[in-house]
Design a protein around this ligand. Structure first.
Ligand code: AN7
Length: 357
């Protein structure tokens, strides 16, 4: 089958009509990869899967929401879109705006955007402004601009973004034939956890699934406003994608957590890097650090005995970790956090020695 993209495939669940021009790059339909390594740590009664969202057209889950937001913007005859971003939203917005033939403006925090993401926004022709301030400041600016000028906001405050992103939960259920028992994901501005939960609830209401998952979110320790129950004025983390101190969908993330009986917790940068390496070296999956927060979170939960204290009345417990973005977006981090290649002269003996023979 030729995959048509998330809007055509899940049309009946989305607010589109025959008048909506569908702007798509055939996003979605990403693989749900069974774990070969982590699953063993948990034992036979557990199955761990990775939803690898890094395989979307611009390398992150944002494309699911952007195809909807940009399609609706075009239906409403918008001439320009704008977003604040820690990187991935801007890459996706610039890409879909180029596809649609409309203008794109991007506000990003100077110095805290992975080079891959910045390059994407630039190459797709967006007007990129680097702001002396963090993501939360950029979002404030963008909200004010869109109140005063005819530019469409495409951050996840735009409800069409959430609509598009909920299709990822549909795909997980369609692949598993049921909902997972636990879903673990990184939380930044909290749009994605909101979207997944909305998707699961809609599938449940339509009798596509018989149960709902517990929603488990992880923030970075230095940027964990929801966990600490207070705005973080100066968020800090190596995972720049989730370097957010005042999430727009804060309340909705708490709702997803509480309605589902889940939890939102935090992991340190050290734990994130450990999981980042583990995923790359034992599962063969290269993600960006924010995405590794979900696996770091899973490891933390196992250590805490979280799964032992939950009633698991099915023979097999299914856990899905969302891997939100592609590792190639931030290659500089590998050199910083893992290692640099070893320099050696073009001497046969020296090289073979170095290989350990
Ligand atoms: C790889 O691009 O906020 O909780 O401006 O890029 O829905 O914000 C990115 C967020 C997780 C968190 N993983 O999702 C942006 C931006 C990756 C991300 C998140 C982001 P939300």
């Amino acid at each position: 089958m030729d995959w048509p993209g998330v809007i055509e495939y899940y049309r009946e669940f989305l607010p589109v009509s025959s008048r909506t021009p569908i702007i798509t790059l055939k996003e979605g339909n990403t693989p749900l990869i069974p774990s070969r390594y982590l699953g063993n740590l948990l034992g036979k009664r557990f199955q761990v899967y990775f939803k690898y969202e890094g395989l979307n057209p611009t390398g992150s889950f944002k494309d699911r929401g952007m195809t909807m937001a940009v399609s609706k913007a075009c239906e409403e005859k918008a001439e320009a879109i704008i977003c604040a971003s820690t990187g991935n939203t801007s890459a996706s917005a610039a890409c879909y705006a180029a596809r649609a033939g409309i203008k794109c403006f991007v506000l990003v925090p100077r110095g805290y955007i992975a080079l891959g993401k910045l390059s994407q926004a630039l190459v797709h022709g967006a007007k990129v402004l680097e702001i002396e301030g963090n993501f939360d400041v950029c979002l404030e600016m963008v909200r004010e601009i869109t109140q005063k000028y005819p530019i469409t906001l495409v951050n996840s405050l735009n409800p069409y973004r959430i609509e598009g992103q909920k299709t990822a939960s549909f795909e997980i259920c369609d692949t598993l034939g049921e909902a997972p028992d636990f879903q673990i994901m990184p939380v930044g501005n909290a749009g994605n956890i909101t979207a997944y939960w909305k998707g699961y609830k809609e599938y449940y209401a339509n009798r596509k699934i018989k149960s709902l998952p517990r929603m488990v979110g992880f923030q970075a320790e230095g940027a964990a406003p929801i966990v600490k129950k207070k705005i973080i004025a100066h968020p800090r983390t190596i995972a720049t994608a989730i370097r957010i101190g005042n999430p727009a969908s804060w309340k909705k993330a708490e709702q997803a957590r509480d309605e589902s009986g889940g939890v939102i917790d935090m992991v340190s940068d050290r734990q994130i890097i450990y999981a980042y390496k583990l995923l790359a070296q034992h599962e063969g999956i290269f993600v960006e650090p924010a995405s590794a927060a979900s696996v770091a979170g899973l490891l933390k939960l196992v250590k805490m005995g979280y799964f032992k204290t939950r009633k698991l009345n099915k023979p097999i417990t299914k856990i899905v970790c969302i891997l939100t973005g592609q590792g190639l977006k931030d290659p500089a981090l590998v050199m910083k956090a893992i290692s640099k290649p070893k320099r050696i002269s073009a001497n046969f003996r020296k090289i073979v020695n170095e290989l350990g023979y």
